[in-house]
Design a protein around this ligand. Sequence first.
Ligand code: PEP
Ligand code: MN
Length: 275
Amino acid sequence: MDEMVDAILMSRTQSTATVQLTETLAIGGEELVLMAGPCSVESYEQTLSIAAIVHQAGVKVLRGGAFKPRTSPYAFQGLGAEGLEILRAAADEFGLLVVTEALGVEQLADVARVADIIQIGSRNMQHFPLLWAVGELQKPVLLKRGFMATVEEWLLAAEHIRSRGNERIILCERGIRSFDSSTRNVLDVMAIAQVKQDGKYPIIGDPSHATGRNDLVLPAARAVIAAGADGLIVEIHEQPEEALSDGDQALRPEEFVQLVNQVGDIGAALGRRLA
Ligand code: PEP
Ligand code: MN
């Protein structure tokens, strides 16, 4: 049985390591794809203003959570369906693509209607009915690594999506839990190199959730690109102290521009350029 599974997995090596996002934009090829925006969609004004910053920095994909997986049920849970509409409208003002999370199967149709890339969050990496449901779609899926998941479990979660027919999968390393509370998670840089060696999926890194600390986001982003990732997803906020979620790890606009420049330089050293 194991040999059969290995044979299935082997037969898929290389064939879909690039995921086409639009006719002219692909992830997994020479170009590095950056995704950026607020942790949560908080209002139209906030999202529009960040979309402008993202666009001005030359970035093509706007992130933002409408349905938020919060540890506490008393924390801000996101604007829900209204947040989806806000995100889409703000992105459309600047011709940006949208990546946003589907927390459950019941909201997937709404998320799929507005999103160009459907995000499956860390806490849902092994939410199998959700994986099967996005597997039935033909939209790109951003599968974040579970913070307690091995690389093998993560690749098999991707296989759950793929086995239902959707091969447009992008992986995202976002840090794993450790004994050290000095950072929110530990960025597993070598998981990025392993996934690239495996050759089946494009992979990006999330230096925001990996570190949980504004002062470590830039070095983590540099490490992600140096390890061979195909891009990044980064949280930004104009007033991090006022953010309704994850303010501690948000980059201010000027810090984000610095990040874009630095990862551009590191990418160039590796023969890659920013999309
Ligand atoms: C997010 O990107 O909004 C998020 C909640 O990340 P993660 O699932 O990696 O915690
Ligand atoms: Mn966040």
